[in-house]
Design a binder for this molecule. Sequence first.
Ligand code: PLP
Length: 430
Amino acid sequence: MLQSNTLKRCFSSTAIKRVGQEIFNDTKFQVTTYNRPNDLCITRGANDVLYDDVNGKQYIDFTAGIAVTALGHSNPEVADILNTQSRKLVHSSNLYYSPECLELSEKLVDKTKAFSGQFDASRVFLCNSGTEANEAALKFAKKHGIKKHGSKKQGIVAFQNSFHGRTMGALSVTWNAKYRTPFGDLVPNVSFLNINDELTKLQSFIHSNHEQIAGLIVEPVQGEGGIFPVPAETLIGLSQVCKANDVAVIYDEIQCGIGRTGKLWAHSYLPKEAHPDIFTAAKALGNGFPIAATIVNEKVNNTLQVGDHGTTYGGNPLGCAVGKHVIDTIANEQFLAQVSAKSEIFMDRLQKIKAKHPEHINDVRGLGLMIGCEFKESPAAIVAKCREMGLLVITAGKTTARFVPPLTITEENIHKGLDIFEKAVAEVYA
Ligand SMILES: Cc1ncc(COP(=O)(O)O)c(C=O)c1O
């Protein structure tokens, strides 16, 4: 018995090694758009740990696949749903209804309202990725503006430090020039404002130009830009001026939504008057299975007609079955309370690390398990040192280390991971 187990183990590790080597040889077939460490090849995961069986290493994961695997890696319930649903129906297209698609849409609307999100949420467009959800949001806002006020009202207001995706529409409202400028002409009529400007200045820009502005898009917590929670007063003030001028308010909740901040949506912290007309969700919705949603109120839906938008895969039963489970699990007061409790552990320890390195760490900020530790310079060396010691962390913006672990991370692994982070900071700045 023992012998055969040993044999099995040997066999499987040799097989993985072979697969791993092939993966490394195959990197020459990948387009040149990523800069990945070449000493790391993830082969499997379990909740908050990722394994590299090629190199025989394991890592505590503070990245959750960029804020995606909220319910942990290889979640057994998600795996069961994928298995069962894939034996039932994977795809039938949007030509026909499927129960899973209808049920997920209803659930998104109902749970949003029940968990203090968009009070007039009403309809859902299901698609496959964050950028696609934003693409739909921008089209819907433009359609609303043009249909109700004529073709002049089609511009979009976005913000400095924003990230909304890589397809042409979403890219057009993404701030980082490095992402935009190599691609020539993008969607016109986009104005980038500075969210930290005086509120009256922002309001006055929107009011004076309202005849040309169809929508305003903002992340309630800016993610890729460096983890900046937007103050509630700013979102309230922006919503007021947008509502007064019939500008559709779009909240991009792709990174900060679905429990990440300790509420179902980041905008669940806001009063009703600051709720959006449209908001977008993706990342955690499928716990790694690609699915996304654009949720709108009736005002926006009233200007849409059959044929305005579409997708082949969006709303497929497989993704929707997973999405239903994710929403059911996370839209739960106890689940959300444990996110906030874990956030306090992170914040408390990171503040202590900051206090030890005042000359290197500028700020610790965030909401829930979307936390940034801003350094005075690039934290690239710290990220590399953490990796060397068994912790995966990513950056946000130029100077911020970002912590977006699975929402199911154990307290033990929060502490173990932060021990590594603390040691890495100490070693890099020794
Ligand atoms: C706030 C936000 N919007 C949009 C996107 C794009 O999502 P996707 O990569 O799924 O297209 C991201 C991805 O990081 C994001 O963080």
